[in-house]
Design a protein around this ligand. Structure first.
Ligand SMILES: [Zn+2]
Ligand SMILES: [Zn+2]
Length: 280
């Protein structure tokens, strides 16, 4: 359905945004919602980070509450979810649906802590993400360099897809985030060969995703990161479609309200299955 005022698809939602509860992000829930209303989005799914891997809890195991870094306790998470409930009430009349979600950093054995959070709170959207291989973050500037220095491209890809496959196999997640995020820093390090490194690896992941009814997102932050293609690349999207894996959302991975729905006009033409009425 087209909005007659601006001819943008009216049903557009941004399903991957980080308010300032994520300690690497700026902008309150309200600032995000106001920007979303301004941009005439129909839906905003907040997906703050929840990285509870005991191996690097000191580095990333935090949430920011009222400007202060706090541990990922139930009390702290309760503040986040209460703020989203309030925003749901407040912005509904403006036509914006506000949904409580979490971006879970996957690690082997995370089931207990993820399930425990899901039992306590009404999490309506669970995004699963692989950010780390072993002790090192694959999508953080400094540690990605250290990680790549220790591994060949093949070793890195084996380890990354193994983790992602495990994540899909848990059945804990509605959607896997930025499927090929290793391209963020890996493209410069390993060169163009990285664009084909999913071949022979991602097929098994897709089978696991189909079996567990896990979808993937089209994440536009790759363009902000200076890459030519979204996460994932068109080649991966085509392979996913033929394997029967569902593209379930558009996400900007915004870490600032100005980044909401970044490049969504172009992205929505790729993610045509999300807009069944647009191309008629
Ligand atoms: Zn992520
Ligand atoms: Zn994110």
């Amino acid at each position: 359905m087209l909005d007659p005022d601006n001819m943008m698809p009216q049903l557009i939602g941004d399903f991957h945004v980080h308010p300032d509860y994520s300690f690497d992000a700026e902008g309150t829930i309200d600032e995000y919602c106001q920007k979303a209303v301004e941009k005439r989005l129909s839906e905003l799914r907040f997906t703050t980070h929840f990285d509870a891997d005991p191996k690097h809890i000191e580095r990333e195991g935090y949430i920011r509450i009222n400007g202060i870094k706090e541990k990922l306790t139930d009390d702290a998470m309760a503040v986040y979810f209460a703020d989203i409930s309030r925003a749901y009430q407040e912005y509904g009349p403006s036509g914006l649906t506000v949904v409580p979600g979490v971006e879970f950093g996957y690690f082997s054995g995370c089931e207990k802590v993820v399930n425990s959070l899901k039992e306590k709170f009404d999490i309506q959207y669970s995004l699963g993400a692989v950010h780390s291989i072993g002790d090192l973050c694959v999508c953080c500037a400094d540690s990605a360099q250290k990680l790549f220095a220790k591994m060949t491209l093949d070793q890195m890809a084996d380890a990354y897809f193994e983790q992602l496959n495990e994540a899909a196999g848990t059945g804990l997640f509605d959607c896997l985030a930025h499927l090929d995020v290793y391209r963020r820093f890996g493209t410069e390090y390993y060169g163009e060969a990285i664009n084909n490194i999913h071949m022979g690896r991602i097929e098994k992941l897709f089978e696991t995703m189909v079996r567990n009814n896990v979808g993937f997102e089209l994440n536009s932050s790759a363009l902000r990161h200076g890459l030519a293609e979204y996460y994932p690349t068109m080649d991966i999207i085509n392979m996913a479609r033929s394997a029967g894996v569902m593209l379930v959302s558009l996400g900007s991975d915004a870490h600032h309200p100005d980044q909401i729905a970044y490049d969504f006009e172009a992205a929505s033409s790729i993610a045509y299955e999300l807009f069944p009425y647009v191309d008629e």
